[in-house]
Ligand binder design. Sequence first.
Ligand SMILES: *Cc1c(COP(=O)(O)O)cnc(C)c1O
Length: 454
Amino acid sequence: MDRRKFITGTIGGASLLAVSRFNNLYAWGQSNGDDKLPAILGGTKSHHDLWPDWPVWKSAYDEKVLKVLRSGVWSRAKVTAEFEQKWAQLIGTKRCLSVVNGTNALIASVAQFNIGPGDEVIVPPYTFIATIQAILMNGALPVFVDIDPKTFQIDPSKIEAKITSRTKAIIPVHILGIPADMTRIMAIAKKHNLIVIEDACQAHLAEVNGKRVGSIGDAGCFSFQTSKNMPIGEGGAITSDNETFMDQCFSYHNLGLPHGTQVGSVSGGGVRVGTKIRFTEYQAAIGLVQLTNLEKETETRWENARYLSEKIKGLSGISPATLYPETTKAVYHLYPLLYNKDQFKGLTRGQFLDSLRAEGIPCSSGYVPLHTQPFIKAAFESKLYQKVYDKKELDYADFIDKNQCPINDRICNEEAIWLTQNLFLGNKSSMDNIANAIEKIHSNADKIVRKLKK
Ligand SMILES: *Cc1c(COP(=O)(O)O)cnc(C)c1O
């Protein structure tokens, strides 16, 4: 069958013709070397090769990391400072502070903007749990705003309705590596005098109007955990132009000792409540090696993702995420698709994922709804919340009622499909294989449904 025809048409005459043709020729489940038949029905896999490894081994680790290990200087010192300077420069902020991970970058930022008990923070539910924990760890209340189903990001048109006299901040999350609508979010924040902390933990080098995320709000938070596009094992960073805030973050990350206190010094008088979440020199050394490839890897993902989106855009029932017009780069930590089983003859999302995996394409259904998980209720039952908030505010049923996010729930429970970033480090032909696999499943959906019913 002519694939171009297939892509531009919906599941119509052409694909039905193909189905009936193969229907007669091949028995279910037999491997017959047929590359038009889905692998789950015994056809040939769309993708045979291994996918790119993650993290990528780089020979420069040998020199850079061993040098640090041999030096015996392992706690925060010059290499960390060099890494921070480079990261700030790359993101486009005056300052950067490295910390142990993205979770603590968020916790520290929320704390140092003085967001705490009695304050409300606006967040999307479509995120990693750490975003919400950072609010709860500081004793504040998360207020969930549903997502835009086309972009997977917080829906800016729904933010203002959730602002109250207690709202202190918005934490937009550039989830999946796709920038949130920062133009509208910043305008809303300005109008209501709110702090904006960008959760850029999945969005290293993503851009809005040529400006990198993490440099647009009051602060940006990054993660360097192994799965992320910039992997160090564990690690995180805060970026900002706000010198006072960054001095405070430094102090907080080093036991509340004044900014500039030498690490290891025991004589500095503590000036604030603080913790110890310092980066190490060997983390910084790994980070400096990663920086040599990050821009190139980011470009490869961006090119491949756009190529794949273009290839599959005409298919009914499966669509790539839409980017906001101001997006000048999305970095696809995860490449999302929206699945509609009605256009796949009732093939459930789970069955689609199994079919895609059988083709040699690793994939998953992604997040489950976060805003209804028990950790929020646990926070409400904690001593701190019980002391700070009155009974009505901690009425959990009421909280759930006020924080409904039906679009998020539908996307989590029925529609989202994720492909991980490392698949996009390959070549164009592997993108063709993904597109082929999806098309094959699409045009044979009824056959798969019948087979799986048996
Ligand atoms: C990974 C991640 C975090 C937390 O970062 P860690 O380094 O794993 O602590 C926070 N927010 C989002 C959106 C993330 O993906």
